[in-house]
Write a protein that binds this ligand. Structure first.
Ligand SMILES: [Zn+2]
Ligand SMILES: [Zn+2]
Length: 326
């Protein structure tokens, strides 16, 4: 099979011909049909995540069909499934035992510790392969699996905030915006200064105000989600939220956060991060997405052009989500 392999951080992915892997007990062999390209793949490729293994096959928004199953797996061959970032949790640690498997001490992550979906086949733990809503084709379903899931988890931590700011309008934001509008919230989008394309994209999804991240919104926000991996956005987002508001940091990596005056946090403003996902998040979000309905905007690339897709993401050239098609 063809696999796009990160042999060492800070190098391009290399096409390799590998034997098709064999599923062990509890595992599935999936014939990959599509795999989304996420900003986390960029952080893995750049060596910005300390835990990432190499060599590794990146990709954690896998849509495919069960080709073979290991011992003890009941999912029929031919079933379409989706595999997310959380590829394994132990079920025994104190975090798993308290409904927080996203924080599992023994977690393993797809395309980071475990070979992922930038390949023609992937082996995954059957417990982390989800049924997907039928109304999505393979390519349009892929972004639901990370941009959608992490975005949804981030959104859930904003409570009942009516006026919601979103910093960084990429794949996650374009899905969150649709869910938030469905929930009746008012949306304000912040992009890199003068990124008029992203601002127009945001408005096309029901965002009522879109502007530069350095600018204050026309009114105070109840909550903000920061998806862009830029630490200097945190003080800006805190300045934009109302007293008692929350700023949710939705990314796995962020550049250093500059110091800021306490008055930006004063009056019970809260800052929190979001890490990974739980299977419960997936169950809820994958049921909700077709009811909104969330329409994903995708930019397809052939699997062999994975480096081009990563470059386009790095350069901020995408409106929506890049997806590798196998
Ligand atoms: Zn655990
Ligand atoms: Zn991701």
């Amino acid at each position: 099979m063809l696999a796009m392999v990160l042999r060492r951080p800070k190098t391009a992915l290399v096409p390799e011909s590998r034997p098709v892997p064999v599923p062990g007990p509890g595992e599935l062999l999936i014939r990959v049909k599509a795999c989304g390209v996420c900003r986390t793949d960029l952080h893995v490729a750049r060596g910005e995540l300390a835990r990432a293994q190499s060599p590794i096959v990146p990709g954690h928004e896998i849509v495919g069909v069960v080709e073979r199953r290991g011992v003890g797996v009941e999912t029929p061959e031919g079933t379409r499934v989706g595999v997310p970032w959380l590829g394994y949790s132990c079920g025994n640690c104190r975090f798993c035992a308290s409904g927080r498997e996203n924080l599992c001490e023994n977690a393993r992550f797809t395309g980071c510790d475990l070979d992922g979906g930038f390949a023609e086949y992937a082996v995954t733990d059957a417990r982390f392969a989800f049924a997907l809503p039928e109304s999505y084709d393979d390519v349009h379903a892929a972004p639901l699996l990370c941009a959608g899931l992490i975005g949804y988890r981030s959104l859930s931590f904003t409570g009942d905030a009516k006026r919601l700011g979103i910093y960084g309008f990429g794949a996650a934001a374009h899905i969150v915006a649709q869910v938030a509008r469905h929930q009746g919230r008012r949306l304000f989008a912040f992009t890199s200064p003068r990124d008029l394309v992203a601002q127009d994209f945001a408005r096309s999804l029901g965002v009522e105000w879109a502007g530069d991240s350095t600018v204050m919104p026309p009114e105070r926000l109840d909550a903000a989600i920061v998806f862009a991996p830029v630490g200097s956005l945190l003080p800006l987002a805190l300045r934009a939220v109302e007293r008692g508001g929350v700023v949710v940091l939705g990314g796995i990596y962020m550049t250093d956060i500059p110091s800021f005056p306490y008055e930006l946090l004063w009056e019970e403003r809260t800052v929190r991060s979001v890490a990974n996902l739980t299977r419960e998040d997936a169950t809820r979000f994958l049921a909700l997405a077709p009811r909104v309905p969330v329409v994903t905007r995708v930019v397809p690339y052939p699997l062999s052009a994975a480096n081009d897709a990563l470059d386009a993401l790095r350069q901020g050239k995408l409106s929506g989500a890049a997806v590798l098609v196998t």
